[in-house]
Ligand binder design. Structure first.
Ligand SMILES: Cc1cc2nc3c(=O)[nH]c(=O)nc-3n(C[C@H](O)[C@H](O)[C@H](O)COP(=O)(O)OP(=O)(O)OC[C@H]3O[C@@H](n4cnc5c(N)ncnc54)[C@H](O)[C@@H]3O)c2cc1C
Length: 166
């Protein structure tokens, strides 16, 4: 069974940034993602696609309402929703492959599958579906937990991420 120093469940902004840092620190790192594409909510259905579509609507509003004030005549400006979606999908894909190549650069092994933490926190973790086991986990923490006491009892914290040895 392949062993890792650190395993991170979830490839959203919390997960992939932690994976990059862990790789940079020289730890043998795995990133487990249940979805086909990396990047989580932000890249796939949240921040990135919504801003891509907002940019398109912004351009349309300029063409319809503002351009004439600048002496620019744009007749018949209208939305082509299929094209807008295509552009948005292209933006998302670019970011998806960006994250994937960052994983490669930082020697992070990407595992597609559902990550589970078995047997509480005291024994090595097993991802039975992928046949992997782990000695460390990275867990997203609520920012309110980031006090000295927490740091002391849970290991080193950075930006809401705690890494602890078990
Ligand atoms: C429409 C929309 C617009 C947004 N716009 C902005 C914005 O402009 N700016 C901003 O800062 N934030 C924005 N957000 C919020 C932002 O998307 C989230 O704050 C951010 O994605 C949280 O990152 P995360 O890594 O914690 O979780 P997520 O991005 O949700 O990633 C979690 C990942 O873990 C995976 N996962 C979960 N459980 C498992 C498991 N057991 N095994 C394997 N994989 C698992 C999921 O598939 C997912 O890929 C927006 C959100 C939405 C919905």
């Amino acid at each position: 069974m392949e062993k890792f120093d650190v395993v991170i469940i979830g490839s959203g902004p919390g997960g992939y940034v932690a994976a990059i840092r862990s790789g940079q620190l020289g730890l043998k790192t795995a990133l487990v993602e249940k979805c086909k594409e990396l990047g989580g909510t932000c890249l796939n259905v949240g921040c990135i696609p919504s801003k891509a579509l907002l940019t398109s609507s912004d351009h349309l509003m300029f063409a319809k309402k503002e351009a004439a004030k600048h002496g620019i005549v744009i007749d018949g400006a209208r939305a082509d929703l299929t094209k807008m979606q295509e552009r948005k999908n292209k933006v998302v894909k670019t970011f998806n492959s960006g994250v994937r190549s960052l994983m490669k650069t930082n020697k992070v092994t990407v595992i597609e599958g559902l990550g589970t933490i078995s047997d509480g926190f005291r024994r090595p973790r097993h991802n039975q579906r992928a046949g992997k086991s782990f000695d460390q986990i990275v867990q997203r923490r609520d920012t309110r937990d980031r006090d000295e006491k927490h740091r002391h009892s849970h290991g080193e914290c950075a930006g809401g991420i705690a890494v602890r040895e078990i």
